[in-house]
Design a protein around this ligand. Structure first.
Ligand SMILES: [Zn+2]
Length: 446
């Protein structure tokens, strides 16, 4: 009898041992995620632009635009408010790191799909805080740490924010912005998203036929574009004095050729050079040409090999929302987490999610990571300001929960304004976040 008990004990111990071993192996299997927190702007509007601008064109050796310091309303600065939010989000994620999801879920009244999964994330803040005026005056180039694009320093090419993000090879980049009101009753969040190259190609092809047709451009394109691309025509809602089509045409012209359109036409203006933005960041997908030649879609060029890769298509098109790809889903989920939680936590904040803003903005476009690009609200709306001042800590925790949901998945109750809770299909991207060489992407495309 004694022997049998021993055998039984041994077996129990062995089973326990294997369970523990299995658990350890599972924990090791859990992939690490790197998340870049990217608070917009920082930096200063200083003259001359030749020294203090942004968008340095290494071809012409000049800055192509003034530094964009972001939205300001009296003492409220977008750059400082979103920096503060990014710091809080990082603090929260750091505190949660290595804890089981179930523990964080219990603390926050949220059901994660796999409560035993340990959180394994590294959160990185991509820029320093704003500097004080007296600190600036001592510096040769005070905008250096805040620049979006690469810039020259003592004859060397220094990496701007986009290149620094690419060097980190993160899975997810959360960009935080605020805006000045576009119209009187403007408030609430919105998503910024870049359309897929396949949409841009369709609209370019369709525009050859459009010339001189007696219909409004939007109406025309709505009639000829594939159904799946129609949502991209409906946006650009906030630009004053320009039609949606003017905005699309201008963006596409710059994207393809580096030149802007002549005012009110679909013809490029050779005096209006805006630069090849993909050459202003450090990555393998630059245009090989150094001359300012006109370009259009060249399927052999590194930039377009990347643009038409299946990874960019998934990042930017289709997906859980039916358009906008994983970028849009990630962005709108974080906004829904904010809106839903302000209600469930009883914050008494009037929040809404507005129509998205679609444009060929550089940061979502020139990184391989999933881009959640949020405008949290308006710096001149009282309720939006509450969200990032008085309730900043709560808002940061809503964003942090949303990030965990994108990484690991949550079981969110079906309620009005609730997020969907589904995790992103991270496995699909393979080594794409590591920024593979063009040849490897080309093989993938074949
Ligand atoms: Zn901004």
């Amino acid at each position: 009898m004694k022997k049998a008990a021993n055998v039984f004990q041994t077996i129990t111990l062995l089973i326990l041992f294997f369970i523990l071993l299995h658990a350890a192996a599972m924990a090791e299997d859990a992939r690490p995620f790197r998340i870049v927190l990217d608070p917009g702007h920082g930096g200063y509007f200083l003259r001359p632009f030749s020294k203090h601008g942004d968008k340095y064109d290494f071809g012409t050796g000049e800055y192509l635009q003034a530094f964009n310091i972001g939205a300001v309303n009296n003492n409220y600065k977008e750059s400082e408010l979103v920096y503060g939010m990014a710091v809080l989000v990082k603090e929260i994620l750091d505190r949660w790191n290595e804890k089981p999801l179930g523990e964080i879920g219990a603390q926050n009244n949220l059901a994660f799909s796999d409560p035993n999964q340990k959180i394994n994330i590294e959160a990185i803040l991509i820029r320093p805080p704003d500097m004080k005026m007296e600190e600036i005056s001592a510096l040769e180039d005070p905008n250096a740490p805040y620049r979006l694009y690469d810039y020259p320093e003592a004859g060397k090419r220094m990496p701007g924010r986009i290149s620094r993000i690419n060097a980190l090879k993160p899975e997810l980049v959360v960009s935080l912005h605020m805006r000045n009101k576009y119209f009187d009753n403007d408030y609430g969040g919105l998503a910024i998203l870049v359309p897929p190259a396949s949409f841009l190609r369709e609209i370019v092809n369709a525009s050859y036929e459009f010339r001189d047709k007696p219909v409004a451009p939007k109406q025309y394109f709505a009639g000829v574009l594939s159904r799946e691309y129609l949502p991209y025509l409906d946006w650009f809602v906030f630009e004053r004095g320009r039609s949606e089509m003017d905005c699309i045409a201008e963006d596409i012209a710059i994207y393809l050729t580096g030149y802007a359109n002549k005012k009110g036409t679909y013809v490029i203006d050779l005096q209006e050079y805006k630069g090849f933005r993909e050459n202003m960041v450090t990555w393998p997908y630059q245009r090989s040409e150094t001359a300012r030649d006109l370009y259009y879609i060249n399927r052999e060029a590194p930039f377009f090999i990347r643009e038409f890769s299946r990874f960019e298509e998934k990042r930017r098109h289709g997906g859980p929302e039916g358009f906008g790809g994983d970028n849009y889903y990630a962005t709108i989920e974080l906004l829904r987490f904010i809106k839903w939680r302000t209600v469930t936590e009883g914050l008494r904040i009037n929040y809404r999610i507005n129509y998205s803003f679609i444009s060929l903005w550089s940061l979502p476009l020139h990184i391989n990571a999933i881009s959640a690009y949020l405008e949290l609200g308006c710096v001149d709306s009282d309720s939006d300001l509450l969200l990032v001042t008085k309730h900043a800590r709560s808002t940061a925790s809503f964003i942090a929960l949303g990030i965990l949901s994108l990484l690991y998945g949550t079981d969110v109750p079906v309620e009005r304004d609730a997020p969907r809770g589904g995790r992103l299909d991270w496995e699909y991207y393979g080594d794409y976040f590591d920024i593979p060489a063009v040849e490897n992407l080309q093989k993938e495309n074949e």
